[in-house]
Design a protein around this ligand. Structure first.
Ligand SMILES: *[C@@H]1O[C@H](CO)[C@@H](O)[C@H](O)[C@H]1NC(C)=O
Ligand SMILES: *[C@@H]1O[C@H](CO)[C@@H](O)[C@H](O)[C@H]1NC(C)=O
Ligand SMILES: *[C@@H]1O[C@H](CO)[C@@H](O)[C@H](O)[C@H]1NC(C)=O
Ligand SMILES: *[C@@H]1O[C@H](CO)[C@@H](O)[C@H](O)[C@H]1NC(C)=O
Length: 511
């Protein structure tokens, strides 16, 4: 197994030193958050924006089956959808599924290929009917189901259609869309020849789509499914060449991860607790959002599989800590400002970025993991009115982000995230930033709710709380009151101030 520590220079393991560690005293930051939505505020954010994705080789662990549905997962999912007031959306797909086959006679829900090791991505797994029963485990959830395209051997198209039929039997009216194949831009020189093109892909896609529609009736599709948006494998080129020629594509899926190689814990600050880097990585998605709005306005753009790092093996110390909860909160919120319709945050058992571990696995217990808290936090920030819009408020700092949350054009809430990395093992006094806010001429109460933990390195989810609530396996994924962190202040003529500790987020509610 890889260890982050062997990659570090001697001495670097002893401290989690941030570039700002010399600036440990309290500081202050003046911010103006207009009471009327400023230019650059997002369009209305879809209520299903904070979604999830499950890798197909982990879906049976997260969901269970008809005789044994996973109620721990169901409760964690319900905590999100209760807050958004709409069905949570889950995409079930990925590389393992693209190389899977359906075996209608298989008793086991899943059979891994020989040599498969826990935490890896299998190529050649076999799914039985019990695997598909997982789609019945979460009441009210809406699904996008990915069927396989990667394997061109004889009979694979018929097998893909048979698997889709089995999926639809279990998903029923909760289906939103079908995907055919995963991250097609990686096919050339891997499972197709080196001259494989967008046109070749579209021919295959239409061939499969026609076979699926012939078997189960006309469907709605999410296509294409690309990692990133790099032309010729990009939204504009793919739609110009006929992706939606039959008007059956409702959304397009791009995938994104912040990193693709091991990131040591010394880079928690620079790579994840860093609003500038999040914005730099997500800003390129404005291009496909704008292209679709102009040329195919009925097609939404989803980041349908995204998370922190595709290198996610035994690096819980950076991906599975409270600092990464704050990363995910900011990543989700910043995405709303770009017009992305939804993010499906990827879950895979044994991957360090996971928001929870649905079952005991490879020597580790079923557990809520720190990133989970970002989902109910963001769901509460966006709320359930269906008219929420979000403005990113520039702070001039990598390590502090701010958002104005508007109902239509009226300011309702403010989010502040202090990303400075606090490590209680090396510094006993916790620094903070006092935000001095200016919001028009608002007079009245401001409620202050905190997403907080003892420091950025906390891995034990019971030590994290969002507005005084925690979630654990012991509570079977139901929230319980763990800490009292909610307070209030008063705004006079639009002026008020709020202290935000290093490595903490706050939600301010007006009125
Ligand atoms: C059904 O789910 C339970 C709980 O995850 C599991 O123990 C059992 O093996 C599953 N059944 C099949 C046939 O895989
Ligand atoms: C493709 O499918 C065939 C069976 O049709 C199987 O023998 C082969 O291993 C599969 N290839 C991959 C890469 O999964
Ligand atoms: C590569 O595959 C495509 C179909 O995907 C085919 O049309 C083309 O002839 C192949 N090219 C070569 C050089 O084998
Ligand atoms: C944040 O990320 C940007 C872009 O990668 C980088 O230039 C900057 O140094 C980072 N800030 C910190 C505090 O690490």
């Amino acid at each position: 197994m890889w260890s982050a520590l062997v990659l570090l220079p001697i001495g670097a393991t002893l401290t989690h030193q941030s570039p700002l560690s010399l600036d440990l005293q309290r500081d202050s930051l003046a911010l103006t958050v207009p009471t009327t939505a400023p230019s650059g505020t997002s369009n209305v954010v879809d209520k299903s924006y904070p979604g999830l994705a499950f890798s197909q080789h982990s879906f049976q662990e997260y969901a269970g089956n008809k005789s044994s549905p996973n109620t721990f997962s169901a409760n964690l999912i319900k905590a999100i959808s209760d807050r958004t007031g709409t069905a949570l959306h889950i995409r079930v797909g990925g590389t393992s599924g693209d190389f899977s086959t359906f075996d209608p006679n298989q008793k086991e829900s899943i059979v891994f290929p020989p040599g498969y090791k826990p935490g890896g991505i299998p190529k050649g797994m076999k799914l039985g009917p019990t695997w598909y029963e997982g789609f019945t485990s979460f009441p009210g959830v809406r699904y996008t189901y990915m069927t396989h395209l990667a394997n061109t051997s004889d009979g694979q198209k018929a097998n893909s259609v048979a698997g889709t039929k089995e999926a639809l039997k279990n998903i029923g009216s909760n289906l939103e869309a079908i995907e055919i194949g995963n991250e097609i831009n990686f096919y050339p020189n891997v499972n197709r020849n080196g001259s494989y093109s967008v046109v070749n892909y579209l021919n295959e896609w239409h061939d499969y789509q026609e076979a699926i529609d012939a078997a189960v009736g006309a469907q709605k599709y999410q296509a294409p499914v690309y990692f990133g948006n790099n032309c010729p494998w990009c939204i504009a080129n793919t739609f110009q060449r006929g992706q939606n020629s039959k008007n059956n594509v409702v959304s397009a899926a791009l995938h994104h991860y912040m990193d693709g190689s091991n990131v040591p814990v010394t880079a928690l600050q620079s790579n994840y607790m860093n609003h500038t880097r999040i914005a730099n990585q997500l800003d390129p998605f404005k291009t496909p959002v704008a292209w679709l709005a102009q040329n195919a306005p009925s097609v939404n753009l989803d980041l349908a599989e995204d998370n922190s790092n595709t290198y996610s093996t035994n690096n819980y110390d950076v991906l599975g800590v409270f600092g990464s909860t704050l990363w995910l909160a900011d990543y989700l919120l910043y995405g709303t400002t770009l017009g992305i319709r939804r993010m499906n945050i990827q879950q895979s058992t044994g991957f360090s970025y996971a928001s929870w571990r649905g079952v005991d696995y490879n020597g580790l217990p079923a557990a809520v993991l720190p990133p989970y808290y970002a989902h109910p936090f963001v769901a509460d920030v966006l709320g359930k009115t269906g008219s929420t819009r979000v403005a990113n408020i520039a702070t001039g700092r990598d390590t502090f982000s701010a958002y104005g949350i508007y109902d239509g054009s009226t300011l309702k809430r403010i989010v502040l995230i202090n990303f400075r990395e606090y490590n209680s093992a090396t510094t006993s006094t916790r620094p903070s930033t006092t935000a001095s806010l200016s919001s028009g001429s608002y007079n009245g109460k401001i409620t202050i709710e905190r997403l907080t933990a003892p420091d950025a390195h906390v891995q034990d989810a019971s030590k994290i709380s969002w507005k005084g609530l925690s979630w654990t396996k012991a509570s079977n994924g139901q929230s319980y009151s763990s800490a009292s962190t909610t307070g209030s202040t008063t705004s006079r003529s639009g002026k008020f101030s709020v202290e935000v500790k290093d490595s903490e987020a706050v939600l301010l509610t007006l009125g």
